[in-house]
Design a binder for this molecule. Structure first.
Ligand SMILES: [Zn+2]
Length: 217
């Protein structure tokens, strides 16, 4: 088994961090080490992996908090979108690919929740690390109507380009399950079932009463 992929609870507001590694090459990256950088680093080193990059899905503090500690422990480079609030060592743009041994993490720029948001797609194992764009049964918060419209476009792009069998690995454990698939979210996530952007905006506005009505947490 070549792939190492671990979803790790990092504290905060039910945050998830990820270890992605290639056992044969001994290479790995950490995604959003957050409040538990030492735990993620330990999972890498105990499996003989060298951490080359610490990738942030976006620049919010609950995802980047552990960067400095993780860098101190590994010497890895921080990689994030070019518009990230703290200038990263390695800047990532839409369409860039970051190699983890034989694995390829393809970066999709998916703004809305914030301007620098990235989703990471590993096509050979059908993995999608969705950060705060897409949660299980929910989507990322936005500040304005304009940001919500931008987020809608980012979500539609995922639905149009990523195969249904792809697994979804979110930045927070906000759903009934810790992970999902693109197909399952397409057919069960109320925000993705919206027929158009106006319905999407309306659901955002009605979300509290919708949750109550549906018995959601
Ligand atoms: Zn966020």
């Amino acid at each position: 088994m070549r792939l190492i992929f671990e979803q790790i609870r990092t504290g905060g507001d039910r945050n998830f961090g990820y270890l992605v590694g290639d056992r044969e090459s001994g290479q790995a990256v950490l995604v959003d080490p957050s409040y538990s950088p030492a735990v993620l680093v330990e999972r890498a080193t105990s499996q003989g992996l060298t951490v080359s990059h610490i990738i942030n899905t976006h620049g919010h503090a609950d995802h980047t908090e552990g960067n400095a500690t993780a860098v101190g422990l590994t010497g890895a480079a921080v990689a994030a979108h070019v518009d990230a609030p703290d200038r990263p060592d390695v800047t990532l743009a839409d369409g860039d690919e970051l190699a983890v041994g034989a694995l390829r993490l393809r970066c999709l720029h998916t703004p809305g929740h914030c301007v620098d948001h990235l989703v990471l797609y590993e096509p050979s194992y059908h993995l999608l690390v969705t950060g705060d764009l897409l949660f299980v049964g929910k989507v990322g918060g936005t500040q304005t109507d304009s940001d919500a419209r931008t987020e809608w476009v980012s979500l539609q792009r995922l639905l149009d380009t990523i195969p249904d069998e792809t697994t979804v690995w979110p930045g927070h454990d906000y759903g009934a399950r810790p992970s999902s698939t693109v197909g399952l979210e397409r057919h069960t996530n109320p925000f993705l079932e919206c027929g158009d952007v106006d319905a999407f905006l309306q659901l955002r506005g009605d979300w509290s009463s919708y949750k109550l009505r549906m018995g959601l947490k």
